[in-house]
Design a protein around this ligand. Structure first.
Ligand code: AMP
Ligand code: ZN
Length: 120
């Protein structure tokens, strides 16, 4: 598994070849607004490394996935999601075609903000 797949749209976003509205970046993770938001707040957390989906994860990725989950509530609050429990947010990780995955670079959707939402 290469760190970067030249045909992958999210690898191109991570490297800046395709523009995005960046929310957050560190050495391992990149976060940007979804181009077709379902909710008032909708951003995607991706590893910089090209991992196709949850299906490819091994024990080596436990720390990385833990970091993504711990980052989600922090960025959700920063982006305007209301506090738990009245507010909150939804975390979705579509996996494989039958799981609804369209972009095959692992990503976690974080959606929130006041109802109603466009979808979900
Ligand atoms: P999924 O169905 O889980 O693979 O979702 C892929 C998500 O990526 C969709 O919600 C798209 O709107 C989003 N998306 C696709 N291309 C871009 C892009 N260039 N910038 C931001 N989000 C994108
Ligand atoms: Zn990729």
């Amino acid at each position: 598994m290469s760190a970067n797949d030249p045909n992958c749209i999210f690898c191109k976003i991570v490297t800046g070849q395709i523009p995005s509205k960046k929310v957050y970046e560190d050495e391992e993770l990149f976060v940007f607004h979804d181009i077709q938001p379902w909710a008032p707040v909708h951003f995607l957390i991706v590893p910089k490394q090209h991992i196709p989906s949850l299906a490819q994860l091994t024990s080596e990725h436990e720390r990385l996935m833990g970091r993504m989950m711990v980052l989600a509530p922090r960025l959700a609050a920063e982006q305007g999601c209301n506090p738990y429990p009245e507010g909150g947010f939804r975390v979705v990780c579509n996996t494989g075609v039958e799981g609804g995955q369209e972009v095959h670079h692992l990503h976690v959707h974080v959606m929130g903000g006041p109802r109603p939402w466009l979808r979900g």
